[in-house]
Design a protein around this ligand. Structure first.
Ligand code: TRP
Length: 475
């Protein structure tokens, strides 16, 4: 056991798990989802989802991992036999695919960081065409400078940083990196918010973000909230199971999970508080009533335009800091995604951590190439005939969403039918002596047994219907 490594203690574990949770999902997706879906109403629904669904699932995942002390496959296999082992393998595969596209988007953010801080991105005038050009600049072999500015390189460097950190092991690599990046991430976030709130028209952004708009409340809002909360907390594929397997027995799981959920939710909330004042500042500058904030345009088109408006020096500082923040958030997540297959090969095949980290990083990088090519370069990947003409990036990320909710649903069934709640409760009372007599125990047992599997089952079916048939047409 000594060779597997472990977290040094509570703080290291919480920061690392929060690092996994805080990612592109929080900074890029949450703000525009909240903006589109009724502002504070969405926030409220989101909190409710965290409380009712994500908290119990996360406690379940971590306790399975800690009890078995193995990777995702090993944990299911040890506690449930080879048939359940397949569920672990499924999760590991999903993680590999999530990382394959996540790393490409992270590479874009890294490229923007370099272009803003050290290049002249802010002298552009049309950020929409710049983005279109940028994502299709995949491999420019005509000059050394062109090559260095290709997405191929940005994405490769990002993956290499991930492999370097994961290869160094749990305490010296993963935990150490998170302990540096997470506090800086919070600091940058707070600094940008403080600055953003001083800009003209900032309060109109705050009002748009926070004043509840009940007219926006639709059944779809609820499902968007559920899906987003689940993805944002890195649930459903064994990330937290793997991290849990490095957690010491005397740590209190339920209270750690509470802190992790709060850390993740607060970054999502704060990201909105940063983005909306900025967006409304732009509307004021351009004298328009609305700029589109949905999808990739938000951070790659709208925000750079705002940094441009701030002037050359301030734009460079604030814009550079913003993309550094996005890179840190993404890197702490890519680390957690790579750790899942790495732990599998280290535990099951007894391979060397450093070797598998680099080997898997290479494989996943290659899996990301079609994602890069799907942004226009290869028309067949840009408009998938069997997927309503959407691109391969959208397709693969939708498939992963479905797999996560299915994986999470099956995990609850595993706890209840195979591993048994009694054993989970025993694991949870380690490091938490009052647990067995607590209301928390009743709450967790009830939610894992009924609420979570049912909600996740319905959610999976709803996403499948929505993605393949379009939910508006069916209901
Ligand atoms: N939660 C991260 C985000 O919000 C992404 C992430 C990391 C993830 N590990 C995961 C998502 C595992 C699902 C499963 O960006």
């Amino acid at each position: 056991m000594a060779t597997r490594g472990n977290f040094s203690g509570r703080v290291g574990f919480i920061l690392t798990a929060a690092g996994s949770a805080v990612g592109l999902g929080n900074i890029w997706k949450f703000p525009y989802l909240a903006g589109q879906n009724g502002g504070a109403v969405f926030l409220f629904i989101y909190l409710f989802c965290i409380f009712l669904l994500c908290y119990p699932v996360m406690v379940g995942e971590i306790s399975i991992g800690r009890h078995a002390g193995l990777d995702a496959y090993g944990s299911y296999n040890k506690l449930g036999g080879p048939r359940w082992g397949y569920l672990g393998l499924f999760g590991i595969t999903v993680g590999v695919f999530i990382l394959s596209f996540y790393n490409v988007v992270a590479g874009w953010a890294f490229g923007y960081f370099l272009h803003i801080s050290f290049g002249d991105l802010l002298s552009e005038t049309d950020y929409s065409s710049f983005f279109g050009f940028f994502v299709n600049d995949i491999l420019d072999l005509t000059s050394a400078e062109g090559l260095a500015n290709s997405n191929f390189i940005f994405s490769a460097v990002f993956m290499a940083m991930t492999a370097l950190i994961v290869g160094r092991g749990i305490q010296k690599g993963i935990e150490a990196a998170n302990k540096i990046m997470m506090p800086i991430l919070y600091l940058i976030l707070i600094c940008i918010i403080v600055y953003a709130l001083t800009l003209p028209n900032a309060m109109s952004g705050v009002r748009y973000y926070l004043i509840p708009d009940l007219g926006e409340l639709k059944i779809q809002t609820l499902f968007e909230g559920l899906k987003q909360a689940f993805f944002s907390l890195s649930l459903g594929m064994g990330t937290l199971m793997t991290y849990g397997s490095y957690l010491k027995k005397n740590e209190n799981i339920p209270s750690s999970v509470a802190v992790i959920s709060i850390a993740d939710t607060s970054v999502a909330f704060l990201a909105g508080l940063m983005v909306f004042p900025l967006v409304h500042f732009l509307q004021y500058k351009l004298q328009v009533t609305e700029v589109a904030t949905a999808g990739p345009p938000l951070i790659f088109i709208v925000l750079p335009q705002i940094f441009h408006e701030m002037g050359p020096l301030l734009g460079k500082v604030i814009g550079g800091l913003f993309f550094l923040l996005v890179c840190f958030a993404a890197l702490t997540s890519t680390i957690s995604l790579l750790e899942v297959p790495v732990a599998y090969l280290v535990d099951q095949k007894k391979m060397r951590r450093r070797v598998v980290s680099w080997g898997l990083a290479l494989l996943i990088f290659v899996l990301g190439l079609p994602v890069m090519a799907s942004q226009g370069m290869v028309p067949a990947l840009n408009k998938l005939a069997f997927y309503k003409g959407q691109d391969y990036l959208v397709f693969i990320s939708d498939m992963c969403d479905i797999s996560l909710t299915v994986g999470g649903c099956l995990m609850c069934i595993f706890v209840v039918r195979q591993w048994k709640l009694k054993n989970m409760n025993e694991e949870l009372s380690l490091g938490n002596p009052g647990y067995n007599a607590s209301f928390l125990k009743k709450y967790l047992n009830f939610t894992i047994q009924y609420v979570c599997p049912v909600l996740l089952g319905i959610l999976s079916i709803m996403i499948i219907i929505d993605k393949f048939f379009g939910i508006e047409r069916v209901f």
